[in-house]
Structure formats: C-alpha cells, structure tokens
Design a protein around this ligand. Structure first.
Ligand code: PGA
Length: 235
C-alpha cells in the first residue's frame, strides 16, 4: 500500500486525476469503481476539466458505484445516484446506460445485491476503484465489524456514519439508517485502487496503512492489495 501526501485537496484531485486519465487512456472501456462523499469532488472536477479540454473520452467507460442509501430514489438530492449525475456524469460524455449505482428502492434488496454482484462479475471485475474512507475506517458502507464483508450487501449504518452524513440533510432524522454497499471482496479484486482522504482522516489513515489488518478498520484490508495508493491531503 503506497501512501502519497499532497498539499491540499486541489493537488489530491490532480494527482488522482493523472491516475484516472492514464487508466482511461490505456483502456477506453475500463470499468471504474466510483465513490461519493466530499473528498472525491476535486477529482471529479479535475476529470471534467480534462474532458472539457479534449483530453479525456468517457464514451466507452463503464462505472459501478460503491453504495447507495436504502429507500432513497435516484431523484432524491441526497441519493448517491443524484450525487454522481450532478457531480460527474452529466458533465462528461459518458453513456448514462453505462453508469451503475445500486438501486436503494429495489423491491427486494437481497435480489438487488445479487444483481449488483453479477453485474460486476459480468464486467470481469473493476479496473480502477476509487475509495474514500470514513473516520471509523469504513470503505463504501462497509462499517467496522467482526468480519470482512464479501459480496454486495445491505448494512445498518454505524452511528458515527449517520452523524457524519447528517450534515447533508435538513433534519438529522431523515438520514437513512440502512444502505446497500459493494462488499470488500469486489473492492479487493479491483486491479488498481486509489483512496483519497483529507487531513481530518490522517489518524484513521495511519491505522489503516500501518496498523493491524482487522475488520474493525475495514480500510486496513487494502494492506493486502497489490496495487493500492492512498492520497492524503495535508491541509
Ligand atoms: P467524505 O466521506 O469524503 O464525505 O469524508 C468519505 C466516506 O465516508 O467514505
């Protein structure tokens, strides 16, 4: 696991943008695993800039997002489908049919999890996976627990996660308690992983990179990945 430190969020976006641009250039139909949250925003802004400058073509790119709130339709402003459309997809030449986010409103969430796993397997796995990290070490919505998750699954969100995410909701009571998340298995099978983190995550990044490999710090699994890079912004 390689740890890169950069000055600030802008530099993080550019550094990660270089990795994404190179990967898309090398394989125009690459499968990108994408993440939501505040931290990836400078990367998405960087990718949009490169696209607008004519340097990046998303016409064949396929994407699978890590997670989605249960019970929020894609039209809800706090859904992760909405986030991706607003912050990346509608600004680039990606085919919307090639963008995938778990359906948090599926009638049967277990079937939706199985469908999502089959979708990723059908793609032959993920070429480049972007991750943020929660203050509790979660990746996607894989919260600290007694065992590493495997496939896509429904999860109850940790109190710390609900509290962190309540900043986006007018009423904290509106924050969904449940979500669908890709499991650690497909994340670990990605051929390359890039994790982005701001300075407020420095403590948990230290644990994830240098500490014990434990499902109590889900991001610590990345220590076992052959090509994982963590980009930490220092301010
Ligand atoms: P953040 O979320 O980028 O908004 O801090 C990251 C996460 O919880 O995975």
């Amino acid at each position: 696991m390689k740890l890169i430190t950069v000055k600030n969020a802008d530099e993080m976006g550019k550094y990660a943008g270089d990795i994404f641009a190179e990967a898309i250039g090398a394989k125009p139909d690459i499968v990108l695993g994408l993440a939501t949250g505040s931290t990836p925003l400078p990367l998405y802004a960087d990718l949009i800039r490169r696209y607008e400058a004519g340097g990046l073509d998303f016409s064949q790119v396929r994407t699978v997002n890590l997670d989605e709130y249960a019970g929020l339709p894609g039209t809800h402003e706090q859904s992760y489908r909405y986030f991706m459309d607003e912050n990346l997809f509608r600004h680039i030449n990606i085919d919307p049919a090639n963008t995938h986010v778990p359906d948090g409103c599926a009638e049967n969430l277990d079937d939706e999890c199985a469908r999502y796993d089959a979708l990723i397997d059908g793609f032959g796995g993920i070429g480049l996976q972007l991750l943020g990290i929660g203050r509790n070490g979660h990746i996607g919505f894989n919260e600290p627990s007694g065992a590493f998750s495997k496939g896509t699954q429904t999860v109850l969100l940790a109190e710390a996660t609900i509290e962190a995410n309540s900043r986006f909701f007018a009423d904290p009571a509106e924050v969904p308690r449940m979500a669908i998340t890709m499991g650690i298995r497909h994340i670990m099978l990605a051929r390359k992983i890039v994790m982005v983190a701001g300075s407020e995550k420095a403590g948990i990044i230290d644990q994830a990179v240098n500490g014990e490999i434990t499902p109590l710090v889900p991001a610590s699994a990345l220590q076992m990945h052959p090509d994982a890079t963590v980009i930490l912004a220092l301010e």
